[in-house]
Design a protein around this ligand. Structure first.
Ligand SMILES: Cc1cc2nc3c(=O)[nH]c(=O)nc-3n(C[C@H](O)[C@H](O)[C@H](O)COP(=O)(O)OP(=O)(O)OC[C@H]3O[C@@H](n4cnc5c(N)ncnc54)[C@H](O)[C@@H]3O)c2cc1C
Length: 387
């Protein structure tokens, strides 16, 4: 499968593998147990020059696309899914800013991101529209050379730790049609921002997912992304593909970790009464083979989706939509199977395999959710509009 990967991507991946082994993996259990935002991972990735993965090369970044994002997220997700989620959301936010950045935005955000001095993230979701993240109720009002933003976002990954937030909002002039909304970059410490209580997830304990109330938050007009009201373009051309590939990579990483944990236990476990090794049990050989097949099938779909997306293939859409749903299903199934194969220790509270199962479960509720993606995949294959 690696024949898809350019020499540059292979080199970026080996840098991340080294960081993962040295910094990210040794702290993964602490991230989960203590619900800590993985500053160590983000700092290590910044120091190694990885934060500008999606920033164009002429602005100091790596100018990489969907394939690189999925491969790097997979590598990190294999060790610490919370770190992969935090890094992934930063990359999606960077790609959204980069899509139509003005010269000011290139200088202020993209160069700083490429230098590893700026973390960004998406603040789209709201409790009212829930998984329909493209239907904000937060409002934006033009007031001289500023926009005033009012509303409440929820579940913002990197919440309170990022330097900027890509916030979606709808014009409050009563003229906006469904789906007409704008995105503005809101800097941390903007007056009118109030962080709500940290939210503790069943899994992904380190992602610092929080609600944010914006009350007359004043944002310079220069921080509008693209044109007023044109954000459905961003949602389907940038947010969705980059988000789906970041998450598909993360869940593929979890699935691989579950396969590895199962393989390690099968190879090492021996019964004292008989001397029989677990790997000699035929039922478990079959189960392990099925697990391996699932991971390889999912990896093929993720790589193919990313490759087609990067090439601008007009047939890419169903691949991109399907691959995050598939990676989520595979991760949940494999973590569940690994728990069966690894037995009582794996079922123990906070065991590594139980962390995998909890983290993998986020896939079904993070929008576009698994159910929505399956509906959209079917609609796109049948020639129907997604929405
Ligand atoms: C760990 C985590 C991190 C997150 N990070 C971010 C972030 O950084 N930025 C951000 O903006 N948001 C983020 N979110 C929010 C996320 O993307 C979703 O918006 C949110 O989880 C869904 O919200 P809800 O609980 O209101 O679900 P609901 O909208 O109530 O949906 C409940 C269920 O109904 C299903 N459903 C709803 N409508 C349909 C339909 N028409 N067809 C089929 N099924 C349907 C959904 O798929 C879902 O399974 C995060 C969420 C989590 C859990």
């Amino acid at each position: 499968m690696d024949h898809f990967l350019s020499p540059k991507l292979v080199s970026l991946r080996s840098t991340v593998e080294e960081l993962t082994a040295r910094v990210i993996m040794p702290n993964a259990d602490r991230v989960d147990r203590e619900y800590i935002w993985p500053a160590h991972s983000m700092q290590a990735l910044a120091k190694a020059g990885l934060m500008g993965l999606q920033v164009p090369e002429h602005l100091g970044g790596h100018g990489q696309g969907l394939l690189a994002l999925s491969v790097i997220a997979e590598t990190i997700g294999n060790a610490c899914p919370s770190s992969a989620l935090c890094f992934g959301m930063h990359c999606v936010g960077s790609a959204v800013i980069a899509a139509k950045a003005t010269v000011d935005q290139q200088e202020k955000y993209l160069r700083a991101i490429a230098r590893g001095e700026h973390i960004t993230t998406l603040a789209l979701s709201e409790s009212g529209s829930g998984s329909h993240f493209y239907l904000p109720e937060t409002t934006v009002t033009l007031d001289g050379d500023h926009y005033r933003i009012n509303g409440t976002k929820h579940f913002i990954t990197n919440g309170g730790f990022a330097d900027s937030y890509v916030v979606s909002a709808v014009a409050d002039d009563g003229m906006a049609q469904t789906g007409d909304f704008s995105c503005v970059v809101v800097d941390k410490d903007t007056r009118g921002m109030e962080w709500l209580q940290p939210w503790r997830g069943f899994g992904m304990h380190g992602n610092s997912s929080r609600g944010l109330r914006l009350q007359d938050a004043a944002v310079p007009r220069t921080q509008l992304l693209g044109e007023e009201g044109d954000q459905v373009w961003y949602v389907f051309e940038v947010v969705a593909p980059f988000f789906l590939m970041a998450m598909a990579g993360t869940y593929l990483g979890i699935a691989q970790a579950a396969l590895d944990a199962a393989g390690e236990h099968l190879r090492s476990r021996k019964f004292s009464h008989s001397g029989e090794a677990l790997r000699d049990v035929e039922t478990l050989q079959t189960r392990y083979a099925e697990m391996w097949t699932s991971v390889e099938k999912t990896r093929s779909l993720v790589r193919e989706a990313a490759r087609r997306g990067d090439m601008g293939d007009p047939e890419a859409l169903p691949f991109i939509l399907a691959c995050k749903a598939d990676a989520g299903d595979t991760a949940v199934k494999l973590a569940n199977d690994a728990m069966t194969i690894c037995g009582g220790m794996a079922y123990g509270e906070n065991s590594r395999v139980s962390q995998m199962l909890r983290d993998a479960r986020a896939s079904h509720v993070m929008s576009p959710t698994t159910d929505l993606l399956k509906v959209w995949t079917g609609r796109s294959l049948l020639g129907l509009p997604l929405l």
